[in-house]
Design a protein around this ligand. Sequence first.
Ligand code: EPZ
Length: 427
Amino acid sequence: MDKLIIRGGNRLSGTIPISGAKNAALTLIPCALLTEEPLTLRNLPRLADIDGFQHLMTQFGVSTEIHGKRPEEFGRVVTFEASRLTSSIAPYDLVRKMRASILVLGPLLARAGEATVSMPGGCAIGNRPIDLHLKALEAFGAQIELTQGYVKAMQPDGGLPGGDFDFPVVSVGATENALMAAVLANDTCRLFNAAREPEIVDLCNLLVAMGAEIEGIGTSDITIHPVKRLHGATYRVMPDRIEAGSYACAAAITGGDVRLEGARADEMQATTRALQSMGVHVEEDAKGMQITTNGSLKPIDLTTAPYPGLATDMQAQLMSLLCKAEGKSVLKETIFENRFMHVPELSRMGADIATEGRTAIVTGPVDLTGAEVMATDLRASMSLVIAALAAEGETQVRRIYHLDRGYERLEEKLQLVGADIERVGDD
Ligand code: EPZ
């Protein structure tokens, strides 16, 4: 297993290219199942999770063709073609490696009339149930069976009748599965209290490009009108707002001056507001944003929430930054039950963080010192990298396969702006 060696203290300066969004790509790829025509996705990030999803798609007989992007460039173009499905079963040994695989349930049901998907199980940040995914499909008329760790979804002969579903809790994945199931239903489907994340908008925009008829895109009430079939499309994946927010924190903690090329500021308002409240200067333009910090950081109180609230995926990274703020900050994590795994590791680097349930109190400013630390989950790992960039001395971050799931060529991007960081094989 590889590890990262980071020597802190360099002020980051220059331009970081932002890649396609992992959490958009993971719901755009399964849309290829909804048509027998080719679906070409551009700006796909080169990530372990994307490779994993591509492999999963071949299980159903989907062909994938990677168009020749030179390896030194970021992102790539891939064409998926599901002209004929050979299976509608997503096996345990693939789903357990990547829980986003559950996002094939809706499209497989819509295209093949049935789907059998291993239940994804939990992960480090929580038990991650899928009850809302199943309730939404049932509301549209699907029959759901749970047997031997698998979900089996079937639609009545003649297709999915359609219906309404009011989400008791906002769920990104359940909204995505419901949308992909609804587009080929026999009658109108309506979702209430649906997730409004930009990745949902990206999904709706792709489905419309494939011929779907959707009203209320970007709002919490979405109506999907029936169409007989969907056709292929070529679509560019939106930029990754969490990657951009993560590098903004990296720039800010080093007192740096970094341009995030390709970041869409209008999709990151809650993060931008948090940074500005801390005293970070954020300048937005049509092609990206400039992050400048030239002074002390102020403490702030943050609470994660569904979009347009502050993304839970930004909590760990902002916590690292708040270790350098002059005073006490209170962070409340309202989405997942166990998303403070980075706290013990940050404490080993000198952070002063007290946690009580889903609340963390960060006291700063502290002098962070390098240490050997362990990555536990994707965003926690990034919080350790951010702290290491400002720490005195050397930090070794182990188990960075977590990072490779969500950050395309992280060390290369940070080297572009002057970080002293290298990837080495872990002895
Ligand atoms: C998506 O996960 C993202 N993953 C997560 O990003 C992100 O943290 C999360 O949305 C929230 O924004 C992808 O898009 C691949 P949810 P998802 O369903 O869809 C509960 C990252 O770091 N819930 O919105 O699984 C759930 O337990 C990852 O990139 C149910 O109770 O999240 C949680 O408390 C981590 N029943 C809350 O809803 C359900 O059926 C929000 O979860 C589904 C969810």
